[in-house]
Design a protein around this ligand. Sequence first.
Ligand code: AMP
Ligand code: ZN
Length: 491
Amino acid sequence: MDKTAAPLVLFNSLTRALEPFVPVHEGEARVYSCGPTVYNYPHIGNMRAYVFADILGRTLSHKGYKLTHVINITDVGHLTDDADAGEDKMERMAAAQKQSIWDIAEHYKQAYWMDVRALNIRQPAKWTVATDYVSQMIEFAQKIAPAHCYELESGLYFDVASVADYGRLARAQTDEGEGRIEAVEGKRNAADFAIWRKTPAGEKRQMEWDSPWGRGAPGWHLECSVMSGEVLGFPFDIHTGGIDHREIHHPNEIAQNQAFCCKVDEPCGLDVPANSGARMWMHNNFLVERSGKMSKSSGEFLRLQLLIDKGFHPLAYRMMCLQAHYRSELEFSWDGLAAALTRLKRLVLAVAQLKERAGESAGAVPGPKFAPLLERFDAAISDDLNTPVALTVLDEIVALKKVDPAEKLSAIAVVDAVLGLDLLALERRALRLRPKNADIAVDEIESVLEQRREARAAKDFAMSDTLREQLAAHGVEAMDGDPLGWEWKLG
Ligand code: AMP
Ligand code: ZN
């Protein structure tokens, strides 16, 4: 049986239902993911959104679709709150750090890309940078303005009453919008939003462009409509983002897409996928943390680098994400992360042993004994990306007895092509990270352990104990008889 045969079913937030994936273009999958606003380091919650998008992309590839994935980089237009009266996050950070916006954007884009690489997130076909698309944004706005927008002193506003079913994605009642969005004087509906923000008279922004509505900058929602449609073509298959985007950002994108795709002078209903932009809208739930360290405004906030500095390999965080379904809230804890690291270590150790046993016969094809397991793996991942179940199937593959080690390695490779834990390449040594504040180097630990092995071989147990205590004084625990074969850990 074909090991990619299970029907791919995904949860569409637009219908709030599981739906079979039916590509718009045969054999292809076109996916757009809302990317970061590069005004600060991403926190690990943000990175959960990209691990999710990566699993989606890898699954589509596994199912045989030719994937085109686009992620944007927002370097202008994202305000500090959903009220159009808020400040631009980029402008504010640039002022606070006394640097140009362009330098801020470059610095945090590079930092984000480092996290992307560390989490083994595949490169999308294209990264679209918002400021590269401003002329297309102006053209888009010009096309929809006559029937759907009106001008106020502060900018060009989208009239949400000009399209049918506004807020369908959020399941919002129109009057719910009243409290959500601060009133800008003259707005026709509380939920109306700026698609072009004029620079106030007498002021100068670091980033501003000429437009038919005066000098100013595009609105954040406009950016994503334009970049997704421009690169992938309307309609495309799947639009992703965090669950917060289901409430305002994506409903606003959909409204703009409707306005752009509807015929002029005809009622503009929500006709999926003809004018919704994307056929499916998918959202990951949040990573939550009780003590508030996820907030970028708190001092020591939860960046991937903080995890690394504390001695956790970044892929332990990826493992932690995969242990939860993407639609469930995931609570972060250091204990949970440690457990994920242990699980990863177990797998890496198993692979190392298989590699030793397989020797030169690598490259084998998984035999019939693996077929039922690979089918179950395919069924799990095809069932709305059920990674927790997929991981237990991986455990079963690893535990399978009396099979050829080379075949087992290739079965693991099939699974890991989707899970992306880098199991075939990850070295045991790499998982043994030393916390930044540790006062002993890894080489030193290894050399003391080597002396201790020699002492034990010579039955000099007094010496062996002295060396163990020497390590303990540096907070290192020698782990004799550890079933995982990890020789030491930091206390
Ligand atoms: P931003 O840079 O604020 O636009 O956010 C980047 C992505 O991270 C968006 O898709 C957000 O929806 C998502 N996101 C923000 N906070 C969290 C969180 N705590 N957990 C998961 N995803 C999040
Ligand atoms: Zn977006």
